[in-house]
Design a protein around this ligand. Structure first.
Ligand SMILES: NC(=O)c1ccc[n+]([C@@H]2O[C@H](COP(=O)([O-])OP(=O)(O)OC[C@H]3O[C@@H](n4cnc5c(N)ncnc54)[C@H](O)[C@@H]3O)[C@@H](O)[C@H]2O)c1
Length: 420
């Protein structure tokens, strides 16, 4: 086995993992079904926000290569699965990419290998979906090969916490498999945390994301009534977060986005309902509140235009920042999409500006890109700040606008400015 670790799925999760492993001298093979991804990486090009082309060059110098040839997985001592876990059309888990990746691994499984699933998924996936497929080889998990689950915690764009200094939770199919996985990550992750088993590790990840989802929903619901009561919720949060224990600050916004928060809690609620027949009420409520935020922003936009004697229909609205979080280019599940759709459905002319997005594919020709930011800000009937990218000098932009709606609580004051 000439490869120390093969990483299956070279996206936002797989690539930073490959980087950390190659930094400590492990021979890393990246496997992906996307020919463009593989060709790009082998040509030294990064396609994720957190890695530069220089990082790819460093990895290549350490022996990293990418391939679409699945038979090369047979060369690996350890295989880590980092493929997407999206939702199916009915809102339930879509394990298609995981199953397909595991089928590929099964065809190349060798005695003594360690297989780790990192993709976020519902409790029981490693034991009930991954293990039976791998055991079709006749090899037994925990005896002939090791199997573990270790949730990915990557936070794209986070400059403080990356794959190395974020503690890594590991749960093995057996204690020995847990030991093997902990030893593997221990080579390049500062802290490895052992969970009892795969189910506990799977559920830990879902608890983390559900906790965020619910707390964001809490402040989003509060944003609505605080506005009606004339209370500045941002000021409330600043005050509350001075409590040194028992409180963590979450902030309201135009909705939740990204690959995790709007999706992962559904893996848990869907699973609870499917297995036990009853709902996970917190998740369902949070889903309802967070999904309603783009519509709420639209209604507030309508009110603001109304104050100026304008209708939404026919007004020009400029959206600043359409990615799902600041300072990155990732547009997955961005609430800016339903927001812009609702605005155009109601007859507004919508423009967007985002330093990280040249083409906003989700909206096609329904919206146009404002290339000259300052001119567009001055010309729009209403400017809505959706994402506070660090490139924006928000106070100055608000000053130049006719009306400015700040959904991120950034602008401190100004007559033309309203906060969410
Ligand atoms: N992006 C994040 O911030 C984040 C954070 C924590 C956890 N996660 C979880 O990690 C997992 C991966 O997410 P991501 O953001 O890296 O996804 P991604 O879409 O960025 O990358 C996934 C890669 O897997 C490849 N792929 C798909 N099916 C494959 C297969 N059968 N074999 C080989 N390659 C295949 C795709 O071509 C793609 O390049 C998901 O379960 C996600 O929920 C993501």
């Amino acid at each position: 086995m000439s490869v120390d670790v093969a990483i299956v799925g070279l996206g936002y999760v797989g690539l930073p993992l490959a980087q950390e492993a190659s930094r400590v001298g492990l021979k890393v093979l990246g496997f992906d079904i996307g020919q463009r991804v593989v060709d790009g990486l082998n040509a030294g090009q990064s396609h994720v926000d957190d890695l530069t082309d220089e990082h790819i060059a460093e990895m290549q110098a350490a022996g990293f290569e990418a391939t679409t040839d699945s038979s090369r997985l047979a060369e690996a001592k350890t295989i880590v699965i980092c493929v997407p876990t999206p939702l199916s059309d009915d809102g339930g888990p879509d394990l298609g990419p995981v199953v397909s990746a595991v089928n590929t691994i099964r065809d190349n499984l060798k005695p003594g290998m360690l297989v780790i699933l990192e993709s976020t998924t519902y409790p029981g996936t490693t034991d009930e979906v991954v293990r039976p497929i791998l055991e079709e080889t006749g090899l037994v998990a925990g005896k002939d090969f090791h199997l573990a689950f270790s949730p990915e915690r990557i936070d794209p764009g986070n400059e403080k916490f990356g794959a190395k200094n974020t503690p890594k939770v590991v749960g093995g199919q057996t204690p020995e498999s847990g030991d093997a996985a902990a030893a593997f990550y221990g080579q390049f992750v500062d802290t490895v945390v052992r969970a009892k088993g795969t189910r506990e590790a799977e559920t830990a990840k879902l608890l983390e994301n559900t906790y965020r989802h619910i707390n964001i929903a809490l402040v989003n619901e509060m944003a609505r009534f605080c506005h009606d009561l004339g209370i500045d919720l941002w000021d409330v949060i600043e005050a509350a977060k001075t409590k040194p224990f028992g409180f963590q600050a979450f902030y309201p916004g135009p909705g939740v986005g990204g690959h995790c928060i709007p999706i992962d809690p559904n893996y848990l609620s869907h699973n609870v309902r499917a297995r036990l027949g009853y709902p996970f009420r917190f998740v369902e409520l949070a889903q309802e509140i967070n999904a309603g935020m783009p519509g709420y922003v639209v209604s507030r936009a309508q009110d603001l235009l109304n104050e100026d004697g304008k209708a939404l229909r026919g007004s020009t609205i400029l959206l600043l920042g359409v990615t799902y979080k600041p300072n990155i280019a990732d547009q997955r599940e961005s609430p800016a999409v339903p927001l812009a759709k609702q605005l155009t459905d109601k007859g507004a002319t919508v423009q967007f500006h985002d330093p990280h997005v040249t083409q906003w594919r989700a909206l096609g020709d329904r919206v146009s890109r404002a290339d000259d930011l300052e001119a567009a800000v001055a010309a729009a009937d209403l400017v809505i700040l959706l994402q506070n990218h660090r490139d924006y000098e928000v106070d100055a932009l608000a000053d130049k606008s006719q009306r400015f709606f700040d959904t991120r609580g950034v602008v401190t004051d100004g007559e033309k400015v309203s906060r969410l």
